[in-house]
Design a binder for this molecule. Structure first.
Ligand SMILES: [Zn+2]
Length: 304
């Protein structure tokens, strides 16, 4: 009898910790599965996160790898970024033309986990936009890549809707615009008075914005890959300023460095911030239309 009780007590001591640890482990597993029931979307640059969050709202966690103030063209991957990419359900990047330094890693990802924006059926720029630039390639830059297409495709709201819908489809959600036709028309109306105004820009990033809203194309200090322009373009910039054809130089926060300031001073033009990467834009369901509205407001400020 006594022996049996002891045996029961002993077995209780053995079983209880095991039962408790099973309960504990399963609660961790539950917590993990509720966490992973919301998909994780990782984008390279902030604008793609703005589009993804606008497209998915609360049904996914959206994060981006670009640090504030960093040019998307300079994006490289830290260890923490590699871990995030590993955890992600979907990774979105512009493509090799844009984030050249991450291409090697991204090309190893399974096809259903990687979305390459430049592979989508987007609206690209007509050839004449690039004619001048294709003939003249700067030789003073090691960073220069031959861009066949302007990769800043997110600045055309029609493209943003195409990208957004493709992201929604990836998660089985119904297709919905992230910026409505009415909102685009409203922005177009706001920009209409400035359609023939001239300006310079620090980096050749605004072709898609210009083409979407039928504005004047700009001359830029840096080309579409973020590299210094050649002598011919530098000369054209000065000519444009001298002839009074430009009202301001648009400069992006991540390029708030010397060459724009030197240029602004020597051309006697004001610098006007224009933020095509939306560093200050909070990620929410209205993020893309808010981003576009502030971009339009910044553009107008050059001429007011
Ligand atoms: Zn750029």
């Amino acid at each position: 009898m006594k022996i049996k009780i002891q045996y029961n007590v002993i077995s209780l001591f053995l079983v209880l910790p095991i039962a408790l640890s099973i309960m504990f482990l399963s609660s961790i597993a539950n917590a993990q599965s509720t966490q992973s029931s919301v998909p994780l979307v990782i984008t390279t640059i902030k604008p793609l996160a703005i589009i993804a969050k606008s497209a998915l709202g609360g049904s996914a966690t959206v994060e981006y790898l670009q640090s504030s103030g960093q040019s998307g063209h300079d994006l490289s991957l830290q260890v923490s970024a590699l871990r995030k990419i590993d955890q992600a359900d979907l990774v979105i990047w512009i493509g090799e033309d844009f984030e050249a330094r991450v291409a090697k890693t991204f090309k190893k990802l399974p096809g259903n986990k990687l979305m390459t924006v430049l592979d989508l059926p987007l609206r690209h720029l007509s050839a004449e936009h690039h004619d001048g630039k294709e003939q003249e390639k700067s030789q003073d830059s090691t960073r220069h890549r031959d861009l066949t297409r302007d990769p800043h495709v997110w600045l055309n709201p029609h493209n943003a809707n195409i990208i957004g819908k493709r992201i929604q489809a990836q998660f089985g959600m119904p297709a919905a615009d992230i910026i409505s036709a009415a909102q685009i028309a409203q922005l177009q109306e706001q920009l209409q008075p400035y359609a023939s105004q001239n300006y310079l820009s620090h980096h050749d990033a605004f072709g898609h914005f210009v083409s979407a809203f039928k504005l004047q194309p700009s001359l830029s200090i840096r080309d579409a890959s973020g590299a210094q322009q050649g002598a011919k373009t530098q000369y054209q910039l000065r000519q444009a300023a001298v002839e009074g054809r430009a009202q301001c130089i648009f400069v992006e926060p991540q390029y708030g460095d010397k060459d724009a300031q030197v240029m602004a001073q020597s051309l006697q033009l004001p610098l006007q911030p224009l933020a095509p990467q939306g560093f200050d834009q909070p990620l929410n369901e209205q993020a893309y239309s808010q981003f576009m509205h502030s971009l339009v407001a910044q553009f107008k400020a050059c001429f007011d």
